[in-house]
Design a protein around this ligand. Structure first.
Ligand code: FAD
Ligand code: NAI
Length: 462
């Protein structure tokens, strides 16, 4: 039993960042984590392992498709799946151990076990009850089930199972053309699986800029991934070590059944708050199972706060981190602010897809007049040299003020390129501010500048 200023429940990107910030600001802090390792979904079964597999499989793709053209001849590498898995596990371990190190460095106690809140100001872990002035729930999210489909993590898997398949399937059917489906679908397609994605809507990656959606689908199709859109999955039947996926066309109600060795269900995630005791405490929840909070991340129960995937907003690691820092700074008497208009979203396929702010569609809906400056990576020397000239940068700026309202990039290192636009947006910059900033040559970043130039008098290399 100990007394704390802050107990954080959950050590994902929301929880661990929050705890570090609390400790830095002089608050006596503990984190409750039920997993064997720190880092939450992101480090253990999300961002980090998926990026390791995306990296390894991209390297294979480069070797198979581009090495010979660059004069790098010889036997193409073959896949040692066991070794790739241990590379992935090592990557997870160095990251989760890194958080453990940061906890020690910042004198944060790790209370090992699953926590519950018997009353405001108390957190129970195992048989011990700890007291704390403030409790921050950062309990994250889990895959949401699809009615009638049982995930057995062998033949029918969710993202966690898909990260550790015993072997590369011959035929992988992915249900859902969202971020998880396309990232993990890409991994297995590059490793030799036949990948078919079945999506309920008529577009992939719903909510994204429509031109990016179309280009993205075209490029993934070129890489061998096939798409069935407008298809409502009815069920998955497992027989032996095979599965049959049945879907109904939303256009004409016709039913189709496809065979698969593995089925990845990637139809979204839902907040995880089981076992915390929130109902008994009277913590208000939304009908989507999210913990309701105010602008300071406070719930309706005094002294209890919530952040990250467990509350509303995009389920992204960096959104959770920003909220973690903000709630800590608020508790220390500061006046933090998270700008929800400038939260980047990145899909780490190849090419990458990155977006921030408004889309053309959302601006049209608002009736707001805007200009779109677009530049193709075909006009970027570095991208051409690196066989990475597919895609474009699009910057959306207010028609009158030239203020940047959004940006959408599909192309090499899109996730990294986006950030200069995010910074510009934070500063309320105009497209001309980016256009007048000298960009080093030859870099992919020049494509961002060219898109900004295209919002004005025109790009140079278009
Ligand atoms: P989580 O990371 O979910 O952490 C919550 C932690 O709380 C867990 O460790 C859980 O064990 C613990 N916990 C819960 N309840 C209790 C309790 N009662 N007691 C003790 N411990 C508890 N986002 C990105 O931004 N970029 C990406 O590239 C990306 N890739 C992803 C890939 C995959 C395959 C998946 C599944 C997700 C990915 N995400 C990505 C999403 C990202 O992982 C989440 O948005 C992020 O982890 C949310 O952080 P969080 O701190 O809110 O919760
Ligand atoms: P998602 O919400 O991105 O995509 C789910 C897709 O499944 C949607 O396109 C939806 O229309 C479709 N769908 C839903 N029901 C269906 C049905 N019955 N049949 C066919 N299709 C159906 O969810 P996903 O991919 O599971 O990811 C969950 C969360 O994890 C996302 O919110 C994302 O933010 C986060 N994540 C982020 C990553 C990143 O930032 N790079 C990577 C992976 C996950």
């Amino acid at each position: 039993m100990a007394n704390y200023d802050v107990i954080v429940i959950g050590s994902g990107p929301g929880g661990y960042v929050c705890a570090i910030r609390c400790a830095q600001l002089g608050l006596k802090t503990a984190v409750v984590e039920g997993r064997d390792t720190l880092g939450g979904t992101c480090l253990n079964v999300g961002c980090i392992p998926s990026k390791a597999l995306l990296h390894a499989s991209h390297m294979l793709h480069e070797a198979e498709h581009n090495f010979a053209a660059m004069g790098l001849k010889g036997k193409a590498p073959s896949v040692d799946w066991k070794q790739m898995q241990s590379y992935k596990s090592d990557t997870i371990e160095t990251n989760t151990k890194g958080i453990e190190f940061l906890f020690k460095k910042n004198k944060i106690d790790w209370l090992k076990g699953w926590g519950s809140i018997p009353a405001a100001g108390q957190v129970k872990v195992g048989d011990e009850v700890h007291s704390s002035k403030n409790i921050i729930i950062a309990s994250g999210s889990v895959p949401s089930a699809l009615p009638g489909i049982e995930v057995d993590q062998k033949i029918v898997v969710d993202s966690t199972g898909a990260l550790e398949l015993p072997k590369i399937p011959k035929k992988l059917v992915v249900i859902g053309a969202g971020v998880i489906g396309l990232e993990l679908g890409s991994v297995y397609a590059r490793l030799g699986a036949e990948v078919e994605v079945v999506e309920f809507l008529d577009v992939i990656t719903p909510g994204m800029d429509a031109e990016v959606q179309r280009t993205f689908q075209k490029l993934l199709t070129k890489q061998g991934i096939s798409f069935t859109l407008g298809a409502a999955v009815q069920g998955v039947e497992v027989k032996g070590n095979k599965a049959k996926v049945t879907y109904k066309s939303r256009k004409d109600d016709s039913e189709t059944t496809i065979d698969a060795d593995t089925v990845l269900v990637a139809t979204g995630r839902k907040p995880f708050t089981d076992g915390l005791g929130l109902e008994a405490l009277g913590v208000e929840m939304s009908d989507r199972g999210q913990i309701k909070t105010n602008a300071n991340y406070a719930t309706n129960v005094a002294g209890i706060y919530a952040i990250g995937d467990a509350i509303e907003g995009p389920m992204l690691a960096h959104k959770a981190e920003d909220e973690g820092m903000a709630v800590a700074e608020g508790l220390a008497g500061q006046h933090p602010h998270v700008n929800y208009n400038v939260i980047p979203g990145v899909i780490y396929t190849h090419p990458e897809v990155a977006s921030v702010g408004e889309t053309e569609e959302s601006l049209k809906e608002q009736g707001r007049s805007y200009k779109a400056g677009k530049f193709s990576f075909m006009g970027n020397g570095r991208a051409k040299a690196n066989f990475a000239a597919d895609g474009f940068v699009k910057i959306l700026a207010d028609a009158q003020t030239d203020r940047i309202l959004g940006a959408h990039i599909i192309g090499p290192m899109a996730g990294d390129l986006l950030h200069e636009i995010c910074v510009a947006m934070e500063f309320g910059a105009a497209a001309e501010d980016l256009a007048r900033t000298c960009h080093a040559h030859p870099t992919y970043s020049e494509a961002v500048r060219e898109a900004a130039l295209a919002c004005g008098d025109g790009a140079i290399h278009a």
